[in-house]
Write a new protein. Structure first.
Length: 302
């Protein structure tokens, strides 16, 4: 859990009832931080058993996204794909099937900027507010409460929820209007695509050259080649630990969105396209549910 003193001067924000939809690897860790900070949290997940430990900690299970929204002042969503976001908000049991007047809806899924804008306008029509707030930092960032949060939406709405973001994030910024958070996350994923392919090829090269790979990582990690992927994922690879901090299948989804947005803006991202192609090959080889560090399996085999 994040090592911080809960500052109860947060006042009105701290009295808000929070709903959280999507308690996977990331969402579950975020809910634990919110519970530890004293918030009332209602939860929903398509696989109910994934909320069991949260309910034991004090969260309240709800039967649908609509029920979560009905019983919350602020609703966070963190699901898998844009289609899941669409269903969560607009489906027959979705958030917009209940009265959301006066509520704040925050989608933390990495999704499309256009869907973030659609949710924003739908919320406004129903006298609610919304923010798109995708995150970066992986499973470790969620566990440690050090996520980077990229927000799109109205300034006043953003400011009202910063104390809650601070419970599970260490870096949070408003990037612009609705959809800007998602665009910023695409920029983030483009950078990560480069560091993941670079880290993988570094390891392949070092091993082929007969070097002590751990010593190479320690050495280049202290210089200009240092990066988050090298620090956090290369030790997992050497332990043959491919558990997902972030799923391969979700990374392909993200890079596909980034490339589609780039096409709309008439720009080319050849390195990002190559990274997406490599990760798609990894999925074809049966590793879609592995963590992104499993890219090494295209070269190394257990």
């Amino acid at each position: 859990m994040k090592d911080r003193e809960v500052n109860f001067y947060e006042g009105v924000a701290h009295m808000k009832k929070i709903g959280f939809i999507g308690t996977g690897v990331m969402g579950s860790a975020i809910v634990k931080h919110l519970l530890a900070a004293g918030y009332q949290v209602a939860v929903y997940n398509r696989t109910k058993s994934k909320t069991d430990d949260l309910v034991e900690l004090g969260a309240v299970w709800q039967e649908s996204p609509a029920s979560v929204a009905a019983n919350s002042d602020i609703v966070f969503t963190m699901v898998g794909y844009p289609s899941d976001v669409e269903e969560t908000y607009y489906g027959t049991q979705g958030i917009f099937q209940t009265d959301v007047s006066g509520k704040l809806l925050i989608d933390m899924t990495t999704s499309t900027p256009s869907l973030a804008e659609k949710i924003y306008h739908s919320a406004k029509e129903l006298h609610a507010d919304s923010l798109d707030a995708p995150v970066s930092g992986g499973d470790l960032g969620a566990k440690n409460g050090t996520l980077t949060i990229m927000v799109g939406g109205d300034e006043a709405v953003y400011q009202s929820v910063v104390p809650i973001f601070d419970v599970f994030g260490s870096k949070v910024n408003l990037q612009g209007a609705a959809g800007a958070g998602q665009h910023t996350k695409m920029a983030n994923q483009i950078m990560i695509a480069g560091t993941m392919t670079g880290m993988t090829e570094l390891l392949v090269y070092a091993k082929a050259a007969g070097l002590d790979v751990e010593k190479v990582i320690d050495t280049v990690g202290g210089g200009s080649a240092a990066n988050w992927s090298l620090t956090n994922y290369s030790p997992r690879i050497l332990r043959q630990d491919y558990t997902p901090g972030f799923f391969v299948k979700h990374f392909v989804k993200d890079l596909t969105i980034a490339l589609a947005e780039a096409e709309k803006m008439a720009i080319e991202l050849p390195a990002t396209k190559l990274a997406r192609d490599l990760y798609e090959k990894l999925i074809d080889n049966g590793h879609g549910d592995d963590g992104t560090q499993a890219l090494i399996k295209l070269w190394w085999h257990d």
